[in-house]
Ligand binder design. Sequence first.
Ligand code: AMP
Length: 282
Amino acid sequence: MLVESIKEVRNIIKQWRSEGLSVGFVPTMGALHDGHQSLMERAVLENDRVVTSVFVNPTQFGPNEDFEAYPRDINKDYEVCKKVGVHVVFTPQAETLYFPDKSTTVHISGLTDVLCGSKRPGHFDGVCLVVSKFFNIIQPDKAYFGQKDAQQVAVIKRMVQDLNFDIEVVPCPIVREPDGLAKSSRNLYLSHEERKAALVLSRSLEMAKGILDKGERNASILKAAMLSCIIQEPMAKIDYVEVVDSEDLHSINGEITRSVLIPIAVYIGKTRLIDNIIYEIS
Ligand code: AMP
């Protein structure tokens, strides 16, 4: 069922709750691909009922970002959701979700000062505001987020803890194209040549994994190797390449002693792509 109204979605969920049913939630911005689908499939497996939101959230885009250009095709998205077994696709209008005199900010400090947070000022405030609204409207038992947006997972987990949302955050693995490129709605922006060039992201992460597998533990050496791999691709412009603690996201420059997140953001032409791996050290 496609539902635009906040009141209607609340009523549907109230009814489910009265029947004792559990509720899973998958927030998305639409242009659904296999990555989103994997989250929805897991939610369908683990809950009696599943709500997916399809909402291109204006408050998480910067003034010079791609809010207007972001791909939108609600009919196609609805078909994907139905096929997977999602019960309600929630597509609110921005005007009904955001009051003109809105004054509330949801700001998670520290975790958002680094990586995408420092490169996209205000982005995580927008994410946290919209996700907390959805959490309040839907009040799911479990909410599913992709590890593709690793910083987002860390930020949402912290928000849930700090604001006492009674919701389990379920991180889900990155889904990739057969050649390694992480699935993303923004891959639609890539020309044929750019699509080939975009493989430099997953290639540099694979290389990092190989270096760690061989026993290298110096984060600066690892970063330098990744940077020199990426700059060999003429269409790529590096936004960041980092090695950080996988829990608190603090930057690691010396010895790697425990599990690390290796997140990267790279422009391919005008398209900004992100990817990452987590490397477990036992
Ligand atoms: P988005 O529509 O880009 O806001 O993404 C909605 C959710 O899908 C987020 O939790 C993303 O992390 C997740 N997601 C996007 N791409 C992938 C992917 N390739 N693999 C797994 N999850 C993904």
